[in-house]
Design a protein around this ligand. Structure first.
Ligand code: FMN
Length: 308
């Protein structure tokens, strides 16, 4: 393996690499700690939390499609307080010594819930909060805030006031207008933007003659969405002055480099972890190999280069 430097700065943190485990696909990181080489992992975005624990959706939750994965988990999680008492100490023990940043992903059903969750997490040892205003699988859930820029700005303003941690806001591809949404959350106090969450899709089970998912629609992720996500990351980078973290279908080093060349500060890896739980090791090595072959010593040399 080559010796290129993939260290990445983000909001004052020096990350081991630009690669993060995406929320909902990487547990709390500790589940992967024996498979992923931690010096190659920049951060872990934990499974989406809500203030109170919830069981998630009934019925089918995962469904494969060509080059993609549909999910309808419904934010199953143990709740913020349980996370702080039980999961976070495990993350601290296993991830912190290896310099992996700890990011809590927070969803919610109301502005009050978001605000209270963010206040609790602010008092914990997490490094950053990723605000999920984009979950498509929860009725009356985060998604209402993910479509309209004014609604997004309102919840981000409330959370910003309650939150003392760096705040990364995760956008939905269902936003009415991506550049307008990006500017709205930046003005409301976001320190960074991550995008995208899953795209709403639908599948029918022919044998049952019914939709696969109880909610009929579910979130599509994986390589199928990558060009769409990359387009949105390109738009986001052009719209704001805060760092943009890109994700959607990244499965190889070349995929990750595309997002970096579009201007992403860092990238997250989601569904690809289900295909190969060690995929982040390979993505890191492939990035480093490409950099070495092309005489690139650090990602700063190529970040945003495709924009001309
Ligand atoms: C099974 C599953 C669960 C997910 N849960 C969450 C979640 O709790 N919070 C969140 O912000 N995103 C969640 N996501 C979305 C991913 O973090 C990511 O935004 C999306 O899958 C696109 O990236 P990918 O194509 O690399 O998977 C989930 C995705 C999957 C596949």
């Amino acid at each position: 393996m080559s010796e290129q430097n993939l260290k990445t700065s983000l909001l004052g943190f020096s990350l081991n690499s630009p690669l993060m485990g995406a929320s909902g696909t990487f547990g709390y990181g500790v589940e992967y700690a024996h498979m992923v080489e931690l010096p190659k992992l920049g951060a872990v975005c934990g499974k989406g939390l809500t203030l109170h624990g919830q069981y998630g959706n009934e019925g089918e939750r995962l469904w494969e499609t060509p080059s993609g994965l549909m999910n309808s988990i419904g934010l199953q999680n143990p709740g913020v307080e349980h996370f702080i008492q039980v999961e976070l100490p495990e993350m601290e023990a296993q991830l912190r010594p290896a310099g992996v940043a700890i990011i809590a992903n927070l969803g919610g059903h109301s502005e009050e819930e978001y605000e209270e969750g963010a206040a609790l997490l602010s008092a914990s040892s997490v490094d950053m909060i990723e605000l999920n205003i984009s979950c498509p699988n929860v009725k009356q859930g985060g998604m209402v805030y993910g479509v309209k820029a004014e609604a997004a700005a309102q919840v981000v303003r409330r959370v910003r006031a309650a939150c003392t941690k760096p705040l990364m806001v995760k956008l939905s591809p269902q936003a009415e207008d991506i550049p307008a949404m990006c500017r709205a959350v930046e003005e409301a106090g976001a320190d960074a933007i991550s995008l995208t969450n899953t795209f709403q899709g639908c599948a029918i089970d022919l044998e049952k003659r019914r939709p696969v998912f109880n909610n009929i629609f579910a979130g599509l992720s994986g390589p199928a969405i990558r060009p769409l996500a990359l387009r949105m990351v390109w738009q986001a980078v052009g719209a704001v002055n805060i760092p943009v973290v890109g994700l959607g279908g990244i499965a190889t080093g070349r995929d990750a480099l595309e997002f970096i060349m579009a201007g992403a500060q860092a990238v997250q890896v989601g569904a690809a972890n289900f295909v190969d739980p060690r995929v982040i090791n390979r993505i890191y090595d492939e990035m480093a190999d490409w950099m070495q072959a092309n005489g690139v010593k650090s990602l700063d040399e190529i970040r945003g280069c495709a924009r001309g």
